[in-house]
Design a protein around this ligand. Structure first.
Ligand SMILES: *Cc1c(COP(=O)(O)O)cnc(C)c1O
Length: 371
């Protein structure tokens, strides 16, 4: 099945009782037991499993080519469930640039619980190899990275992890459809479905997808139920509704972003554009090998630093000044002031999520905003 067809049909079934084509939202928290104590469809209590969550999980597993998936109430809850499947004394290698929440979660929560972490530059493989220890259990990757769209060689890092007996995971939030980490040899994929998969800035969620439904994923699955950071049936339904159009949206996001990135790269007030789709980008060759398109996220540095960047963002009319990404509307944000996260984030950097408007309108807006 091709990806457009899969997106429409994965996790979808016409309702057997009513014939409803749009799957009903099952709000029931509890399910009737048979006289013999069993459960008719395997559902017993909504935190453990429910029809809408199961449908979403089936669709997400199909999307990434995984054996199983577990859905959570947010991307960070999904990320935490992976780290919670580790044990005290386990060592994690993580990127020095990536989603600030995930890196902070490791630093502020899991280090206190006895997990050891090395943050390394993942634009090459040397630092990953050098950081390996006998207790390394997980190599966490994120590519393209937030916010400078650095590219990690997923196949090589997965190979290094495997040789060391560690699992390799990718936060694939920025590149669903166009990047398939499990086909490159990785073990786990995490998405914040809040972004491209939901796709309309109206539902928060996350998912963990595993290549094998083995021991590690079983711990993630157990954490979903025991820790309980689960999405509501309505959230699952809405996320799956967004997912149906994901392949077409990713194509348009990618086409639009390449046009905007090309425009920005030629603008005299722009010092640097971070978009792996540009041939001039240092990660382009690698990205072209492991991605089928380059998604809709990019960032750029305005000449004149923080003040000039904030001033340009203040003047946009179509681009909405807001954090997050992956919706139909284009968003712009001065990243360093929003997250206060990492000294690595340049002060003149603006991060943009390219939406589904006409690219020429987006370019006109940036043209007037940059002055
Ligand atoms: C937004 C985001 C997350 C966190 O997801 P939430 O749904 O906000 O918890 C994790 N990773 C990346 C790359 C993100 O963009």
């Amino acid at each position: 099945m091709r990806i457009e067809t899969l997106a429409v049909h994965a996790g979808h079934e016409v309702d057997q009782t009513t014939g409803a084509v749009s799957v009903p939202i099952h709000l029931s928290t509890t399910f009737e037991r048979e006289a013999d104590g069993g459960y008719r469809s395997g559902f017993s209590y909504s935190r453990s499993d429910n029809p809408n969550r199961r449908a979403l999980e089936q669709a997400m597993a199909a999307l990434e080519g995984g054996a199983a998936a577990a859905a959570f109430g947010s991307g960070l809850a999904a990320t935490a469930a992976v780290f919670q499947a580790l044990a005290p004394g386990d060592h994690v290698i993580a990127p020095d640039e990536g989603y600030h929440g995930a890196l902070k979660l490791l630093r502020d929560v899991f280090v206190r619980w006895g997990v050891e972490v090395a943050f390394v530059d993942m634009t090459g493989t040397d630092a990953v190899r050098a950081a390996l220890r006998s207790n390394t259990k997980l190599v966490w990757t994120e590519t393209p990275s937030n916010p400078q769209l650095k590219i990690t060689d997923l196949a090589s890092v997965a190979r290094i992890a495997k040789e060391a007996g560690a699992l390799c995971a990718c936060d694939n939030t920025w590149a669903p459809i166009v990047q398939k980490p499990l086909t490159l040899g990785l073990d786990l994929v995490v998405h914040s479905t809040t972004k491209y998969i939901g796709g309309h800035c109206d539902v928060t969620g996350g998912v963990v997808i595993a290549r094998e439904d083995g021991e590690f994923f079983q711990r993630v699955r157990a954490n979903q139920n025991l820790v309980g950071g689960v999405p509501s049936p309505f959230d699952c339904w809405l996320t799956l509704r967004g997912f149906r159009t994901l392949p077409w949206r990713m194509r348009a996001h990618s086409e639009n972003a390449l046009k905007v990135a090309t425009f920005l790269s030629e603008h005299p007030r722009v010092e640097r554009v971070n978009y792996p789709g540009l041939a001039s980008n240092s990660g382009h060759e690698l990205a072209a090998r492991q991605m089928s398109a380059f998604s809709g996220m990019l960032s750029f540095e305005v000449r004149g630093g923080r003040e000039a960047a904030v001033a340009a963002a203040a003047k946009t009319r179509l681009f909405i000044r807001a954090t997050s990404l992956g919706g139909v509307e284009s968003l712009i944000e001065h990243r360093a002031s929003i997250t206060g996260e990492s000294p690595l984030t340049p002060q003149g950097l603006l991060r943009v999520s390219i939406g589904l408007e006409h690219p020429d309108d987006l370019i006109d807006d940036l043209l007037q905003a940059l002055g």
